[in-house]
Write a protein that binds this ligand. Structure first.
Ligand code: NAP
Length: 500
């Protein structure tokens, strides 16, 4: 259930907001704190969608600065006017007293600085306070906290509304129905959030199908840092819906390897796209690896192994769809420069992460001699040595010595130039010259400053959008056995970018 949380200064504006969001709301929370002389009769008169009345005092993160007695009286007034629920803090349950008719009490706890020390104990205390449902709002510090919050309804005796706040909390907001949460709070529109991490009701309903998720829904997602501005959820969920899959694609903020490990241990997860900075760790943590993962030491795709025996069923299989996507993209670049593949030449790869590994392997396969350079020299050298051990010679050059190189092909596999840092370039402009080929793996923006500047200086250059489209199509095939049509996927990417 989606509960749209409305906090407006006047009754009129609140009613207008309610009207505007009615089609996505299963429940509406009206925040009475900060509202001037609310007309309780009009706000809570019974209509199609049930309402929750909340009047949060300032010390609990709300805007109410008046007397406690007047606050509770405002809540009682909302109950008399027809509110289905009154949200009341644990300490105020007794003072609020009995409520009229079928109005119920939601006993809430808010932790704006982090997580409660003992979630289970808190749950028991809230349940013992004498309400009809409980609400726990907290700020998860990492994936383990996100999963602990999502496990709460499974441990409760009655309904629990779980509210994750902050940047890591998106899964708690999107997946409430799937993990048994009583409802999920949503903002009525972007910029109108009543708590940090709230997602607009329209996005929850239409992009994530939050009210339609269930026990059989498959869960896929993007693991990385950052993930908040990725177009992946818009593109993937659009396709999953069009393909009539009961599945959802969720952003999972994984700041470190501990977060990734915690996420991989979550039994409900079916597949992951892996992005910065976890591709090497993902390859290492998987139980099974494709040839492309063995060749690169990096994985951008994880899915559950479905095999014989319990162990196989629980392990993760890693693939690297960046590798074939990169081969295609570089071949296309060569064709557009009127060159044939396998013609040889020197390539320089900037970066030493997951994309760089795919680039090195792709370029070796296409017949290039390969040099790598990374801002952390040791990491680039280590990567070159790893390829060397497998009989694939790769040279590493310190970042400060790039100026002395004159490669045929330059591949940027660093995030330098990616949105929002669109003014940046990984190499100085003088490096770019006629005859040079430039492939930038970055797809956001579609044409980075490096690509634009390279063309201006006579080089042939391409951005990473083609690669992005292709690696995702191959990933969809890994997860679902079905490859989306390239044109349709490209159109989805275009639409998602236009909506950014
Ligand atoms: P990653 O594993 O985190 O590696 C990033 C690499 O870039 C690391 O070597 C890092 O250096 C280096 N780097 C980061 N910031 C830098 C800076 N300010 N200056 C110089 N070097 C810097 O990430 P990844 O997964 O390989 O992704 C790298 C890029 O490839 C991203 O821009 C991503 O969007 C792009 N990509 C595109 C596609 C596509 O489909 N088009 C697919 C995959 C990746 P350190 O080693 O010092 O940290």
């Amino acid at each position: 259930m989606i509960c749209v949380s409305i906090q407006e200064p006047t009754t009129e504006v609140a009613l207008a907001r309610m009207e505007a969001t009615a089609r996505w709301a299963d429940l509406v929370e009206i925040r009475l704190d900060g509202m001037v002389r609310p007309d309780l009769e009009r706000l809570f008169r019974r209509r199609g969608v049930p309402t929750i009345a909340t009047c949060r005092p300032e010390r609990e993160g709300g805007r109410w600065t008046g007397e406690e007695g007047a606050r509770l009286e405002r809540l009682r007034g909302a109950a008399r006017a027809g509110a289905a629920w009154i949200d009341v803090e644990r300490f105020a349950v007794a003072a609020l007293g009995a409520l009229p008719g079928r109005c119920r009490r939601l006993v809430s706890h808010h932790d704006f600085a982090g997580m409660p020390r003992d979630l289970r104990r808190l749950l028991r205390e809230l349940e013992a306070a004498g309400g009809d449902a409980v609400k726990v709002a907290a700020v998860p510090r990492g994936m383990a906290d996100v999963l602990a919050l999502m496990a709460l309804p499974g441990e409760a005796r009655g309904p629990v509304a779980v509210v994750g706040m902050g940047p890591a909390a998106a899964p708690t907001r999107i997946l409430a129905r799937l993990f048994g949460g009583a409802w999920t709070y949503a903002s009525p529109a972007p910029g109108r959030e009543t708590a940090s991490g709230q997602i607009p009701a329209q996005v929850l309903a239409e992009r994530y199908r939050a009210s339609a998720l269930g026990r059989r829904t498959r869960v896929y997602g993007l693991a990385g840092d950052p993930v908040g501005h990725s177009i992946g959820p818009a593109v993937w969920n659009g396709w999953l819906r069009a393909a009539r899959r009961d599945a959802v694609y969720v952003p999972f903020l994984c700041r470190d390897e501990a977060d990734l490990k915690a996420l991989l241990a979550w039994w409900r997860l079916d597949g992951l796209s892996v992005t910065i900075p976890h591709k090497v760790a993902a390859a290492r943590l998987a139980r099974g690896r494709s040839e492309a993962v063995r060749a690169t030491g990096a994985a951008n795709t994880l899915f559950r192994m479905r095999g014989v025996g319990q162990a196989a069923a629980r392990g993760w299989f890693a693939d690297n769809t960046d590798l074939p996507a990169l081969v295609c993209a570089v071949e296309r670049l060569l064709r557009s420069a009127g060159m044939r593949t396998g013609g040889g030449g020197e390539a320089l790869v900037l970066g030493a992460g997951g994309a760089a590994r795919a680039a090195v392997r792709a370029l070796l396969g296409l017949g290039f001699g390969v040099t790598v350079s990374g801002r952390t020299d040791a990491r680039a050298r280590e990567m070159a040595e790893e390829f060397g051990v497998r009989g694939l010679p790769v040279r590493a050059v310190p970042w400060g010595e790039l100026g002395g190189l004159r490669p045929l092909l330059l591949v940027n596999a660093t995030p330098v130039g990616m949105s929002p840092g669109v003014g940046e370039m990984p190499v100085p402009g003088r490096f770019l010259r006629p005859g040079l080929l430039v492939f930038d793996t970055i797809y956001n923006p579609a044409e980075t400053r490096l690509v634009v500047e390279a063309r201006r200086r006579g080089a042939v250059a391409a951005g990473g959008l083609d690669m992005f489209v292709r690696q995702a199509i191959l990933q969809a095939r890994c997860w679902t056995g079905r490859a989306p049509a390239e044109g349709a996927w490209r159109a989805r990417v275009g639409a998602a970018r236009a909506g950014e």
